[in-house]
Ligand binder design. Structure first.
Ligand code: PYC
Length: 308
């Protein structure tokens, strides 16, 4: 398999350009089901150790189904599949440009959860117009063993998030073990107490520090790896909450920092104010780190990756 590796704000993406599973034609959500049902070993071979790591998000480049799209992409990680991936889309666009398949300008990418517009800017940064995002539930309280009662919002930004303010320790790399442990326990409690669909937990700097229209986050992904980037879908979910609370107006810029300090800038416009649905835009940068060929040797006992 031919791959291009990149990172977006520190979070890796591995784009499979050639040699991935043949998932046939049809809408991308159907091809995703085929990937899951018949070719899951490829997912593990591409992103898991020994070729990858828990943090790698895979992106399989394929033909689009929607006629107005230029490319199709399916996203996956160490434990399964993602509807959309913001940092991944920025990495894909920069990788396609690196491969000479794109010039600065607009493209449209077909994904299982909808079409995503992206714009490669002359300075190499990428703006993505993510899928419609919204807050599903406000101030959901759950009892978390060892932590007590916590309150947060449930929102969709292309993946499902539970977003919760976190003030007990700075959102910094030196606290990553604690942040991971807390987020994992919160996720289990949220899943058990009414929101089984939530697979990402986003800890946020408290809203009283939002006057500068800037926040820092820690996002725990479904496979227990934390997002090194500010998380494109998580930032979209955050924008939906800020918009619903009136804390960020249409067109205003929001700066989202990751636990590493890497940055996305973001804004939104209303799609349906009464329903609370927004169209988020996220801008970030990515860098290509490798052009590689993945070798799959059937004699290798870990040919299909180390799976937990
Ligand atoms: O950027 O949307 C994102 C994302 C999801 C999981 C990891 N990154």
């Amino acid at each position: 398999m031919r791959v291009l590796d990149s990172h977006t704000g520190g979070e890796p993406t591995r784009l499979v350009m050639k040699g991935g599973p043949d998932l046939g034609d049809g809408p991308l959500d159907q091809r995703l089901q085929r990937f899951k049902g018949s070719f899951d070993a490829f997912r593990s071979a591409i992103v898991n150790e020994p070729r990858g790591s828990d943090t790698v998000v895979g992106a399989l480049l394929c033909k689009p189904h929607r006629e107005d799209c230029d490319f199709g992409v399916l996203y996956f990680n160490n434990v399964g599949y993602l509807g959309m991936c913001g940092h991944g889309t920025i990495g894909v666009v920069v990788s396609l440009a690196h491969a000479g398949m794109l010039k600065p300008g607009e493209i449209k990418i077909d994904t299982p959860v909808g079409a995503v517009h992206a714009r490669l800017l002359a300075d190499g940064s990428v703006t993505i117009a993510n899928v419609p995002s919204f807050r599903k539930a406000r101030a959901v309280s759950v009892d978390v063993p060892g932590l007590g009662r916590v309150t947060g919002d449930v929102a969709w930004g292309g993946n499902w998030f539970y977003l919760m303010e976190w003030a007990s320790a700075p959102i910094e790399l030196r606290h990553v073990e604690q942040l991971t442990d807390v987020s994992w326990r919160v996720r289990q409690a949220v899943n058990a107490q009414g929101f089984p669909e939530v697979d990402h937990v986003e800890l946020m700097t408290p809203s009283h520090s939002h006057s500068e229209k800037r926040g820092r986050n820690f996002v725990l992904c479904p496979g227990r790896a934390y997002d090194r980037s500010p998380c494109g879908t998580g930032t979209s979910a955050k924008l939906a909450c800020l918009a619903a609370d009136g804390h960020l107006q249409e067109g205003e810029e929001w700066t989202q920092e990751s636990v590493l300090g890497s940055v996305f800038t973001a804004s939104y416009r209303w799609l349906d104010r009464a329903a609370g649905t927004i169209a988020p835009e996220i801008t970030g940068t990515a860098f290509v780190t490798a052009e590689a060929k993945l070798l799959l040797d059937p004699a290798d006992p870990f040919c299909w990756g180390i799976r937990s």
